[in-house]
Design a binder for this molecule. Structure first.
Ligand SMILES: Cc1cc2nc3c(=O)[nH]c(=O)nc-3n(C[C@H](O)[C@H](O)[C@H](O)COP(=O)(O)OP(=O)(O)OC[C@H]3O[C@@H](n4cnc5c(N)ncnc54)[C@H](O)[C@@H]3O)c2cc1C
Length: 393
């Protein structure tokens, strides 16, 4: 794992935020799409790995930017942060889409085993040897650093789908595996958006001349697809369903505080701070980046509850036993949005009930107030941003 300097602890994220603040308004609006390649991402914040794990919250980042610049000058940056919120809220209200993606991915992987030409194109794409200069460079950068500039991610996904003719699900899975900020909602839904499945029929087609100009002539890709073929049978978008109801933590119950990569600054939330925490358990992460962030979250939480027992690298299946053996009747954690962590914990509900343990989740006000506007297109949320920021979230 290369050290990319991308913040993975709260202190590092706050330092990065501080350093980025002067550029968060005009410079960001003008230059954020400039793709300077590995080591040159100076016009964007690179806070995504920290925001994704909520080492810092969206509220903290946006508040700092607003305090410095005000909403109108910093509108572009603030609305990018709300894109994250939008994808989370949109997926939360269509959870079946995550399962469907998983099944489609399984099918695509089986096809890889049986179809020689697809397997060859896939291997060339993964290993960065397609002969398309920009794509191969971005594949290398992704592998080496875990990060790609947003604009490069868009071109990469578009070339993957429309020029290389590979299933979008395989590309999404590759990025989810390699990105330092891998997020089930932002990643899967961005791939769907590029593929033309989000705004039905509207795909994102990478353009060779635009790539050349946006990268200051570093790349001159040849033979890119000129049309986007969207498979008609995949255009059905499920209707939104109500946001999952969860039990809020009981301030009088002996508590196991569960830390996951979904939110690693829960100890700052008043309702969580009020809990009688006997055990702090950090669920095992997917990779070393997660482990760094989880260790940081655990260290901060244990300052708030110095008497609490600590468990690191807990596997999901060990959760009921760990709670029971320490006399906890409640597990408290941040809201578990659609994704692998929620999917790994959901099957334990019956065992929790059997053993007298209640799983409770805390939904941050930021999500609670924004998600109802994430049912359709981004504009529905965007137009509410000033009101959402004014209301005491
Ligand atoms: C195909 C594809 C896959 C992506 N996968 C992920 C992913 O797994 N995880 C992830 O966090 N982002 C993902 N994004 C969104 C975006 O590329 C990254 O959030 C952004 O590049 C992170 O860099 P930054 O922190 O410097 O962004 P900045 O430009 O500094 O933006 C500030 C913050 O706003 C949020 N943000 C900015 N742009 C977007 C966007 N388009 N969608 C959602 N949130 C945004 C991020 O939290 C980011 O940290 C993906 C985009 C595409 C096109």
């Amino acid at each position: 794992m290369a050290d990319t300097g991308i913040p993975l602890t709260r202190d590092a994220a706050l330092r990065r935020l501080d350093a980025f603040l002067p550029a968060a308004a005009g410079a960001y609006a003008r230059l954020r799409n400039k793709e300077n390649g590995q080591g040159g991402h100076v016009h964007v914040s690179q806070l995504s790995a920290a925001l994704r794990r909520r080492l810092v919250s969206e509220r903290e980042v946006v508040d700092a930017v607003l305090e410095r610049h005000g909403l109108v000058p910093a509108e572009k940056f603030v609305s990018e942060v709300f894109w994250r919120t939008y994808w989370k809220g949109w997926l939360e209200q269509r959870p079946s889409l995550w399962e469907d993606y998983g099944k489609a991915l399984d099918r695509a992987q089986v096809r890889l085993e049986t179809l020689n030409d697809v397997r060859k194109r896939y291997a060339a794409a993964v290993e960065g040897r397609t002969g398309i200069d920009c794509f191969d460079a971005w594949a290398d950068e992704l592998e080496q650093t875990g990060y790609l500039h947003n604009w490069a991610r868009m071109q990469f996904a578009s070339i993957w789908i429309f020029t290389l003719g590979l299933p979008w699900e395989l590309g999404a899975a590759l990025m989810f595996d390699r990105l330092i900020d891998a997020d089930p909602a932002s990643n899967t839904l961005s791939w769907r958006w590029v593929a033309g499945l989000h705004t039905a029929g509207k795909a994102y087609l990478a353009d060779a001349e635009r790539i050349r100009s946006m990268t200051d002539g570093r790349f001159a890709p040849k033979d890119l697809a000129r049309t986007a073929r969207i498979p008609a049978d995949t255009l059905d978008v499920p209707q939104p369903t109500p946001i999952r109801q969860m039990r809020a933590p009981d301030p009088s119950a002996a508590t196991l505080l569960l830390l996951t990569t979904e939110d690693l600054s829960v100890e700052r939330i008043d309702q969580i701070r009020a809990l009688p925490v006997k055990v702090i358990a950090a669920l095992e992460g997917r990779n070393d980046w997660d482990r760094i962030a989880l260790a940081d979250g655990l260290a901060r939480a244990s300052e708030v509850w110095p008497e609490a027992a600590i468990t690191q690298d807990l596997s999901t299946t060990a959760l009921p036993d760990t709670a029971k053996s320490s006399g906890c009747t409640q597990i408290a954690t941040a809201f578990l949005p659609v994704g692998p962590v929620a999917s790994s914990i959901a099957p334990l509900q019956a065992e929790f009930a059997q053993r007298g343990i209640v799983l409770t989740e805390y939904l941050r006000d930021w999500d609670r107030s924004s998600w109802p506007y994430c049912r359709k297109g981004f504009f529905g949320l965007k137009e509410k941003i000033p009101a959402l920021l004014q209301a005491s979230l």
